[in-house]
Design a protein around this ligand. Structure first.
Ligand code: ATP
Ligand code: UDP
Ligand code: MG
Length: 455
């Protein structure tokens, strides 16, 4: 936190009831297993626990408590509220209001963490950056990011995720970003939104929440670009990024090195500087353009942006390249999967020399489109010349069937991870690239582990 806050401040601004007087606090904690005696404890309910059940243990160990039920017989100062999750956001908002520097907000279906890390690399060259840790991008994670603001910070980068219609609007109401981007819209988490149009509207709240003077970084290549342009609030400037030369931020002369890492000239409003990404895949050129647009809107010169992008390293489980068994190249993209990111992975794999094997676990949360989407991925793998497809789980069987019908062999779909690994390992040799991908729930990192163990 930049400066201490008090319970009284919170109660006066947001209502609720104060018990046992006010206190000042300079940190927030939500887990009784990791207490801090300078902190305010906020009792949250999760899938496994209700932290209200542990409040009796807190006497003398924290400064005060935010709770939905007064703690019986306790002398701890308490702010009693109707909803502690909302209270967490309200504390986050007060932390945000202590910060004067630029705040950048990133949402989108995939690539948010990658863009966030790119921005962190760009700004980190010359600035103290407050940035979302890991993937803490929801109504718990965004307040945590706001609590982590410290006096030395000069810029804040906030990843915002959504699995339902009004979440981005809510996150913007507490983080108040002035420079925002929707990285892309793809069918991810469709179940929570109803349709892909629903996703575009929900993510567009990152633009409609902007205040006068804000900058909207728009992915001009996205199908919804026009839809968003038509909905910008007054006084918001739009900065267009895309692959075409007509856009303010665009790439020129893209080449992929032997590993599949792109190099290109970054062009912003006519000024050009070379970038050499350390990240695999052409989709990272797009991510780089969005990061570049946001950094440029915050006043960073093109050369500094280009140099920062070239420093950005890969994030665990996102297209990381390893040497695997029998000398095969193993690309770990096991962090998550939806049709957009699987397509990007197939494109990357298609460009490799030698034998190309895709190992795909189920893509989750696709709602009624699940079967069709999996079939499309099998078809795309076939069309792009992937040599073998191994799939794990009931949904991805559809991909295997589609792929195998083109190759006229039996589908290689497995219900057990071990059986898949046993069938896969004999296929590996020095000339082979294996790309492993699947939704979080498919735990495909265990396949990567098995393929790289001992190497
Ligand atoms: P989450 O919603 O889980 O927070 P995210 O939006 O933060 O995801 P990343 O973690 O950066 O996204 O990447 C997730 C997956 O999407 C990885 O497999 C990555 O390779 C792929 N990916 C990243 N950027 C793009 C892109 N622009 N287009 C397609 N796929 C992408
Ligand atoms: N919690 C706690 N003490 C415990 C177990 C849980 O304070 O011994 C808190 C935890 O930090 C979280 C809340 O209770 O804020 C709900 O926990 P759960 O594990 O259900 O939720 P998650 O953190 O997985 O969302
Ligand atoms: Mg993320």
């Amino acid at each position: 936190m930049i400066a201490p806050l008090s319970l009284q401040q919170l109660q006066q601004r947001f209502g609720g009831e104060l018990l046992n007087g006010s206190i000042e606090f300079s940190a927030v904690c939500t887990d009784t297993r990791k207490l801090d005696n300078e902190a305010l404890f906020v009792a949250l309910r999760g899938e496994n626990f209700d932290a209200h059940d542990f409040l009796g243990q807190l006497e003398g160990k924290v400064r005060g408590v935010v709770t939905e039920q007064p703690i019986e017989g306790s002398e701890l100062p308490q702010w009693v509220v109707a909803d502690t999750t909302i209270a967490l956001g309200q504390i986050g908002l007060l932390c945000r209001e202590q910060f004067d520097g630029p705040v950048i907000g990133i949402t989108g279906s995939c690539g948010k963490t990658t863009v966030k890390e790119m921005l962190s690399a760009i700004f980190g060259q010359r600035h103290k950056v407050c940035v979302t840790q890991g993937n803490l991008n929801n109504h718990f994670g965004v307040p945590m990011t706001l609590f982590s603001l410290e006096p030395e910070h000069q810029v804040m980068i906030v990843e915002m995720g959504a699995s339902g219609p009004d979440e981005i609007g809510y996150l913007c109401s507490i983080a108040k970003p002035q420079i925002t981007a929707v990285n892309n819209v793809m069918p991810a988490h469709v179940e929570g939104f109803g349709s892909i149009d629903g996703i575009a509207t929900a993510k567009g709240q990152i633009y409609t929440s902007l205040q006068n003077g804000g900058v909207a970084v728009v992915n001009a290549d996205d199908n919804y670009a026009d839809y968003w342009r038509g909905r910008m609030p007054e006084g918001v400037r739009t900065l267009e990024v895309g692959f075409g030369h007509q856009w303010a931020v665009h790439p020129d002369n893209i080449v992929l090195n032997a590993l599949g890492c792109p190099a290109f000239d970054l062009v912003i409003e006519g000024v050009s500087h070379p970038v050499k990404l350390q990240l695999l895949g052409e989709h990272n050129v797009h991510n780089a353009l969005v990061a570049a647009g946001c950094a440029y809107a915050a006043g960073i010169p093109v050369a500094e942006i280009a140099e920062g992008l070239s420093l950005a390293g890969s994030v665990g489980g996102r297209m990381q390249s390893f040497r695997g068994k029998s000398g095969a190249a193993v690309i770990d993209d096991s962090y998550n999967a939806n049709p957009g990111s699987v397509s990007a992975a197939i494109e990357l794999l298609a460009q490799r020399d030698g034998k190309k094997i895709l190992v795909l676990g189920d893509m989750a949360e696709l709602g009624p489109d699940a079967d069709k989407s999996h079939r499309e991925m099998g078809r795309l793998a076939l069309e792009r010349g992937i040599d073998q497809l191994f799939t794990l789980g009931p949904l991805s069987a559809a991909a295997s069937i589609e792929f195998a019908s083109g190759h006229q062999h039996n589908p290689r779909n497995f219900s057990e991870r071990e059986a898949l690994i046993q069938a896969l390992v004999p296929e590996l040799d020095e000339g082979t690239t294996v790309l492993v991908k699947g939704s979080r729930s498919a735990r495909m990192e265990l396949v990567v582990q098995a393929l790289t163990d001992g190497n």
